[in-house]
Design a protein around this ligand. Structure first.
Ligand SMILES: Cc1ncc(COP(=O)(O)O)c(C=O)c1O
Length: 452
């Protein structure tokens, strides 16, 4: 069967279309920092897949039909019933986005002396755990070239680590799919094993479930016994091994805002519920309007549908193939996003001249593409000295859900091809002013003419 997007388009948003000269000028004015270029001048914004999904007519209709209220709105019942059906967790609380749930959960469960173990902890989860005095330890599995489940957690290391910490204050968070492991999925076998270890040591196990539906579909396609099981049933089985989860609905929830916390632990639920009133508001709306709650409920249902997930996972894989054909070195197999080894794309640019930054700037000039970086400038100080002894130069292309069509991605493949054809003319960069964060760094090309 050939590929097709399983939707038709009702509302059209015109793609921003600055000329090459305008892009050159904008990039120069931004201090050669694509993160400083206004969204309206970015043709393909692949910086994030978070909050960038196109919502469906069912979501918009549910938003219009609901009434606004905050004491006991119907929208909360719809929201909680949907999440209960999808996850099996009895206690559900809305929050305005994922990091709000992290903030509240860790203020309940983390304290000085706590250790939080993870396959890889997302940056805001780490920051929120550390804010409460916890130490976060990533125990990712060894990456297997071409491995199906490179998001797994290393169970041997977890057991060793649990022997040396205060288990009474510790917990495990599994991130699905594993953002910092190139968006790779976690296997059902690994989830079960981690859950058994947690039970043996009496340690609670939570899921950062931003991309749980994609993870479930990867399990379906990459594990023989799950071939004929729906993603929703696979997800239910995944959740049965956890004590609870938090989720940013801005990813697999197909929403532009929203999130939730769900658990089977009634004491944690009670504490979360009390604390959330200080930062998110009443537990029946959690910083969201009724229309947001409705959009999340419908979005979560659509985002776990097999037909939708087949399209989503296939378009990611097809985009990977398009890029490979264009000669782009990508991380394989493709997970929830595309990771590109910029150092291999631009071998003439030494590590201290930031090949990922150079590739990003060249992509913006060539076709108005914005992406994100993994390591590179994120890990250096203003003296251009690298903190990381093993620098990796990757860019990440995140694909907003239901937003770009296959022909957009084919076009992006052509932009990459053009960039690689003139790679010799692309200059490295130096930091003019790091200002402590890549978002506002001012950069300068090492050569006068930085791209041909
Ligand atoms: C794995 C993961 N966890 C948590 C978050 C935080 O979610 P939010 O941006 O809704 O606060 C993100 C956001 O990108 C994420 O990718």
């Amino acid at each position: 069967m050939s590929f097709m997007e399983p939707f038709r388009i009702k509302t059209v948003e015109h793609l921003p279309n600055p000329t090459r000269e305008e892009r050159l000028k904008l990039l120069h004015e931004s201090g050669y920092n694509p993160f400083q270029v206004k969204d309206k001048y970015v043709t393909f914004d692949l910086w994030t897949d978070s909050g960038t999904a196109a919502m469906s007519h069912h979501q918009w209709a549910a938003m219009l039909e609901t009434s606004e209220g905050c004491i006991s709105p119907d929208s909360f019942d719809t929201f909680a019933d949907t999440i209960n059906r999808l996850t099996g967790f009895p206690h559900i609380l809305p929050v305005h986005q994922g990091r709000a749930a992290e903030h509240i959960l860790f203020s309940v469960l983390a304290e000085p002396g706590s250790t939080v173990f993870s396959n890889t902890m997302y940056i805001t989860g780490r920051a929120n755990a550390e804010l409460n005095g916890a130490v976060v330890v990533d125990v990712p599995s060894q990456q297997v070239e071409g491995g199906d489940f490179n998001g797994d957690l290393d169970c041997v290391r977890l057991q060793e680590e649990l022997r040396r910490v205060d288990v009474g204050k510790s917990m495990v968070v599994m991130t699905l799919t594993s953002n910092n492991q190139a968006g790779q999925p976690v296997s059902m076998a690994n989830i079960k094993h981690v859950s058994e270890i947690c039970k043996t040591h009496d340690v609670s196990l939570f899921m950062d479930g931003c991309r749980f539906a994609e993870n479930a579909y990867f399990i379906k396609t990459r594990t023989k016994v799950y071939r004929d099981v729906s993603a929703r049933d696979i997800a239910l089985e995944m959740f049965s091994h956890f004590d609870g989860m938090y989720m940013s609905a801005k990813k697999d929830g197909l929403c532009n805002i929203g999130g939730f916390f769900a658990t089977r632990l009634s004491d944690v639920y009670g504490q979360f519920k009390r604390r959330m009133t200080y930062t998110e508001g009443n537990p029946s709306y959690g910083g969201l309007s009724s229309r947001d709650l409705e959009a999340v409920a419908v979005g979560l249902w659509e985002g776990t549908d097999d037909r939708y997930l087949k399209y989503r996972i296939e378009i990611l894989a097809m985009f990977g193939d398009i890029l490979k054909k264009a000669g782009v070195p990508i991380v394989e197999p493709v997970g929830s996003a595309i990771y590109i080894n910029a150092a291999r794309c631009l071998p003439h640019i030494p590590t201290e001249q930031y090949p990922a930054w150079a590739l990003h700037c060249a992509l913006y000039i060539e076709g108005g593409i914005r992406c994100s970086h993994v390591h590179d400038v994120l890990k250096v100080d203003s003296t251009n000295k690298r903190e990381d002894p093993q620098p990796q130069h990757f860019i990440r292309l995140s694909i907003p859900r239901r937003t770009y069509t296959l022909s957009h991605l084919i076009h992006i493949g052509d932009i990459f091809k053009n960039v690689l054809e003139k790679r010799g003319s692309i200059s490295g960069f130096c930091i003019k002013n790091s200002s402590g964060h890549y978002f506002s760094a001012v950069m300068e090309p090492v050569r006068k003419c930085f791209v041909g």
